[in-house]
Design a protein around this ligand. Structure first.
Ligand code: MLT
Length: 413
C-alpha cells in the first residue's frame, strides 16, 4: 500500500474559491429566480476581454504555429529572451532605483503556481511568517510541504508566525520582534486592498537583511497602484536584491487569468544557507527547478504578454484598469452609504468591509447571497484575522458594480 502525504490531511476544508463556488451552485439550484440576477464579486477574476493589441499578437502567433518555418516547439523553460528583456526594461526601470537583469526574470504560467513552487528550493526548517488575513495559497502550500503543525478551530496552524493585519496598522504588517527566515508580503494586498509605502517596505528589507531572511514579495496587483508615491517593486528599496524574490502576474493587470502568463524575479545576489552554513545563490536553484519541472509558458501567451508593453497595449490595459478602479470607487461609496466600515479599494481592486457587529464572515456571505443575490468572499477564508470582514471584488462591468452598490444599500442587517 502506498503512503500518502499526511500533510494534506491537515488542510482545513477545500480551497476557498472552489468552496464558495460549491455553495453558490447549491444556492442557484435551489433558487433559480435568484440565480438569474446573481452578480459575482467573489473570486478576483477579470471580466473584460483581452486588450485588442494582445489579441492581434496572439492571432499572429497562432499563424506562426501553422507554418513549418515559424512553428515553435518547446521554448526556453525560463521564457523567451525577448519577453524577459521587455519585462526587465519596463517593469524594473533604473529611474525607480530597480536593477533587474533579463536573466533574473523567469516567465511562468502563474503567480499562484510560483508562490507555491518556490518552496521546492527552500529547506524544511525555516520559520515562516505570513500575514493574517492573507491569500490562502501561501498558508496551504506550506501546510502541504509539511512546514506547519495542525490547525486549531480558527484555522490557525502551529509553527507558522502570523503577522496581524488590522485597521490599527493599516493592514500592513510590521516586522516581528522575533526571528523568522521566510516572510510573505503581498502589496497591493489581496484581500485587504492595502498597499505598502516606502518606509514600510524599507523596514521589511532592513529586517530581512539583519535576519538573513528571504522575503517573498507578491506584487500581482501592482498595476492597480494609483498613488504615485507608492513603490511598485520591492527592488526600489536598496538592499532588496539581497533578500527578496518578487512575483508578478499578467492576470489582473493584463486580463490573463484564463490566458496564463506571469513571472518571478530571483536576483543573482540572493543567497540562502546550506545545513553546514555555506551561502549558496537561489537563482541557479530556481533555474534548475524550472528546467526540471516546468516546460515553459506557451509561445502564444508570451507573445500576448509582450504586446501589453506596446504603446497600444499599455493604453488599452490602462483603460481596463481604470474601468475596474471606477467600479472600486462605486462599490466603496455604496458600501459606505450602506453604513458599513470600508477599507482598501484605492490602490487595489479589492474592497475590505467590516461585517456589522455580531455578524460572522460566513453569515455575511449567506445574507448577501440570499437577500442581495451577490457573491462576495468571506474574510475568514483568508485567515482567522479575516473573521468579521468580507471582500468585494471590483472585477466586473460598471453596470454590475452599480447594481451591487445599490443592493448593498437595500440590505437590513
Ligand atoms: C482571489 O480572488 O483572491 C484571486 O483571484 C485568487 C487568485 O488570484 O488565485
Amino acid at each position: 500500500m502506498a503512503f500518502l502525504n499526511d500533510n494534506y490531511l491537515k488542510l482545513k476544508a477545500g480551497y476557498l474559491f472552489p468552496e464558495i463556488g460549491r455553495r453558490v451552485r447549491v444556492f442557484c439550484e435551489a433558487n433559480p429566480e435568484a440565480a438569474r440576477r446573481l452578480i459575482r464579486c467573489g473570486i478576483g477574476d477579470v471580466t473584460e476581454p483581452l486588450p485588442p493589441a494582445v489579441i492581434a499578437a496572439m492571432h499572429k502567433a497562432v499563424d506562426e504555429m501553422a507554418g513549418r518555418e515559424t512553428f515553435k516547439g518547446y521554448g526556453p523553460e525560463q521564457g523567451y529572451e525577448w519577453l524577459r528583456a521587455t519585462i526587465a526594461k519596463n517593469d524594473f526601470p533604473a529611474a525607480r532605483g530597480c536593477a533587474v537583469a533579463d536573466d533574473e526574470v523567469f516567465v511562468s504560467d502563474g503567480t499562484k503556481c510560483d508562490t507555491g513552487n518556490i518552496l521546492d528550493i527552500l529547506g524544511h526548517k525555516n520559520k515562516i511568517a505570513i500575514s493574517d488575513p492573507v491569500y490562502p495559497v501561501y498558508v496551504d502550500t506550506n501546510v502541504m510541504a509539511g512546514h506547519t503543525g495542525e490547525a486549531n478551530e480558527a484555522g490557525v496552524y502551529g509553527k507558522l508566525v502570523y503577522l496581524p493585519c488590522r485597521p490599527s496598522n493599516g493592514f500592513i504588517p510590521e516586522p516581528p520582534k522575533r526571528h523568522v527566515d521566510v516572510i510573505y508580503l503581498c502589496s497591493p494586498n489581496n484581500p485587504t486592498g492595502a498597499a505598502a509605502n516606502r518606509p514600510q517596505l524599507e523596514a521589511w528589507v532592513k529586517y530581512a537583511l539583519e535576519h538573513k531572511a528571504v522575503i517573498f514579495f507578491d506584487a500581482a496587483y501592482e498595476a492597480y497602484i494609483a498613488d504615485a508615491n507608492l513603490p511598485h517593486s520591492i527592488y526600489e528599496i536598496p538592499g532588496a536584491r539581497e533578500c527578496a524574490i518578487e512575483f508578478r502576474s499578467f492576470s489582473k493587470g493584463g486580463g490573463f487569468t484564463g490566458t496564463r502568463c506571469a513571472f518571478t524575479v530571483v536576483p543573482k545576489s540572493l543567497n540562502a544557507q546550506t545545513k553546514s552554513g555555506e551561502l549558496i545563490a537561489l537563482h541557479p536553484l530556481w533555474a534548475r527547478r524550472q528546467t526540471t519541472k516546468f516546460n515553459g509558458t506557451s509561445y502564444i501567451s508570451q507573445r500576448g504578454a509582450e504586446a501589453l508593453y506596446s504603446p497600444e497595449g499599455k493604453a488599452q490595459a490602462d483603460g481596463i484598469i481604470k474601468l475596474y478602479m471606477g467600479n472600486s470607487d462605486t462599490l466603496r461609496v455604496g458600501a459606505k452609504k450602506a453604513g458599513l466600515k470600508v477599507f482598501g479599494g484605492v490602490n487595489a481592486p479589492y474592497i475590505w468591509v467590516r461585517t456589522p457587529k455580531g455578524v460572522t464572515s460566513w453569515q455575511a456571505f449567506d445574507k448577501i447571497l440570499d437577500e442581495a443575490n451577490v457573491v462576495i468572499t468571506p474574510g475568514s477564508g483568508f485567515g482567522s484575522r479575516g473573521e468579521g470582514y468580507f471582500r468585494i471584488s471590483a472585477f466586473n462591468s460598471r453596470v454590475n458594480a452599480e447594481e451591487v452598490a445599490r443592493r448593498l444599500q437595500e440590505l437590513k442587517w
